[in-house]
Every structure is written in C-alpha cells, then in structure tokens.
Design a protein around this ligand. Structure first.
Ligand code: AVJ
Length: 314
C-alpha cells in the first residue's frame, strides 16, 4: 500500500530529531480539518488570496499578455474555491481559455469538476489526476501558451532550497513566455502570523494530531492522542512557522504493521510542518534562482499576501 509513507514514518520517528512531513496531513479527515482552518477568522491567508482573485482578475489577465487562447493549469487544485473567482471573471468577459486542474485526489477532482460544470457551464475544463510533472511535461509539448497556478502559499511548506528545486522543475516543464501565478504569504506583524497557526479553538492542533490518528489506523499503531499536544513557533527573522507534536510524557508507541516501537521522552517533539513567510525582496531572489522574472505582485489591501506573476525567461 503506502510504501513511501511507511518508509517516511520509520525514518522520521527514528531520527535524532523526530519529524513527519506535513504532506501526510491530508487524508480525508485531514482535508476536512484543513477546510475548517481556511474558515477560521485567524487564518487570514485564504481571505487575502480570495480578495486578490476577486478584485484583481482583470489586472491579472491584462498582465498575461497572451494574444491567443491559452491553458490555465492549476497544480493542487483542491476544492478550487479561490480559483473560481478568476475563472468566473474570464468566462464572463469571454476570454478564450481551457482550465486544466490537477490534483492527486480523484475525489477532489471529481467534486471540483461537477461543481464547475454546474456553476460555469461555458467553461472549457479538462481535469487531470496524477503527478504534476508528468502532466506538465505533456502539456508543454503543445504550442498553446500556459498560465500555471500554484496558489495558497503551498510553496511555504518547502525549505528554501527545496522550494527552488521545485520551482526549477516547474520552469523546465514550461515554454518560454509561459507564466506562473504563485501565491505566497508575506512577512507581517508576528502576532498576526502566530495567531493564524496557534488558534484559540485548537483546530490546528487537531489538524496535527490527526496525523497520529492516521498512523494508528493505517499502520495499527497505538498513539494515545491525549498524551500528545501541539506547539508552534514563528520566527519573524527568517519567516519560519514551525509546527510540532509534543509528547506529554515518557512513553512508548508500538506501530504493529511496521514492526517497530518508538520511545518518546517527556516533552520530546515531532516536527511536522514548515509554513514559511517571505518578504517581497526575498521573492525576487527565489524567482531569479529558478530562472523566472517577476512581472507583477498582486497584493491584498492589507499587504498580507501576494499572488505573484512570474514569466519564464528564455
Ligand atoms: C496549505 C500549506 C498553505 O502552511 O499555512 C494551515 C497548511 N498548516 N495551518 C499553511 C496549514 C496549518 C497551510 N498550507
């Protein structure tokens, strides 16, 4: 079944500093909890990006500078809630384009496609399930200009070097003059950032602890969820929010299907997530390293978030 997940659990939980990757948060329950997070008033990221795509769609289209029909390829489309505003604007202004949402979840793609067919019957949509890069490569083999969407500050989950590698891969699978619209959360008042991840109702805590519930279910482990807590910390100097699961006591956990026992000391941490924030000047560097140049930054009115339009250099 989940071979890489199994390997990552063993590797992460037997390391000197324990860690598990946030990409494993998103089982069906985790995806539902993430929807709850996006609706929390403290989680400003979603509202900010929604505002940008609602109010600045026309400016974004103008900046694309494509003079023929094009593709909009969305990486990790999810429920497509924010993207809807952009698509709606394009359909209503009779711009000719084809929407290609890509997600690893068949379920997410099916729901998104049905919803869009109902709400935007004139939209041309060609959903794809699978690996980003294979699909991107296929798409770049035709002559149609493309706008790639990588929204929601998903890039923040990567360490800077890994983010550059990922963006270089996007770049290699694009044609010259194709564009990338990338959503990035900006450095801001540290209290605002802190509150978005350390929410009062503990939704983000549930999101993290769900990872242990998932391991219990998929690998017959016996994590006692009440014996673990959540902690996160924002370092405004480097822009890193780091999230952790905390073992509240000295304990052993057995993971039956992996034939392993993991010992925890009291207060030992499992690092689960990086959510990195950038300054605009740091985004310039990121783009340059991956062979893009920045055409525009589209910011929300509070300047919390940017959807930045990058162009692939020749
Ligand atoms: C979906 C990766 C952008 O890091 O802000 C929300 C996930 N984690 N609250 C983020 C998340 C905790 C989110 N991203």
């Amino acid at each position: 079944m989940n071979n890489t997940f199994a390997k990552d659990i063993i590797k992460g939980l037997t390391a000197e500093n324990k860690h598990l990757s946030s990409k494993y948060f998103y089982d069906d329950n985790g995806s539902r909890i993430f929807q709850e997070i996006m609706q929390m008033p403290e989680y400003y990221l979603t509202d900010s990006e929604f505002e940008i795509l609602s109010l600045q769609s026309q400016q974004i289209v103008d900046a694309l500078d494509f003079n023929q029909p094009f593709n909009i390829i969305e990486l990790g489309a999810g429920d497509g809630f924010k993207t809807f505003k952009l698509l709606e604007h394009l359909v209503n202004t009779e711009v000719e384009f084809n929407y290609v949402p890509i997600d690893i979840s068949q379920e997410a793609i099916t729901i998104l496609t049905e919803k869009l067919k109902k709400r935007l019957p004139k939209l041309s949509i060609q959903p794809k399930v699978g690996d980003y890069f294979e699909i991107l490569k296929e798409e770049s083999e035709n002559e149609i200009p493309s706008l790639l969407l990588f929204l929601g500050s998903n890039v923040g989950n990567y360490l800077e070097d890994q983010a550059i590698d990922l963006l270089k891969l996007f770049n290699q699978n694009m044609n010259v003059n194709d564009k990338l619209l990338i959503g990035i959360d900006l450095k801001k008042n540290p209290i605002t950032v802190h509150n978005a991840y350390y929410d009062k109702l503990g939704v983000t805590k549930r999101f993290n602890l769900n990872l242990l519930i998932r391991i219990n279910r998929e690998f017959d482990a016996n994590f006692k969820i009440d014996d673990f807590d959540f902690y996160c910390h924002y370092n405004p100097l480097n822009g890193e929010v780091k999230s952790y699961i905390v073992s509240l006591k000295s304990q052993e956990v057995h993971i039956q299907k992996l034939d392993t026992t993991i010992a925890f000391e009291q207060n030992e941490l499992i690092w689960t997530e990086l959510s990195k924030k950038y300054a605009l000047s740091e985004i310039e560097v990121l783009a340059g390293q991956a062979n893009f140049s920045i055409k525009n930054h589209f910011l929300d009115c509070k300047h919390y978030f940017t959807d930045s339009l990058w162009v692939k250099l020749g």
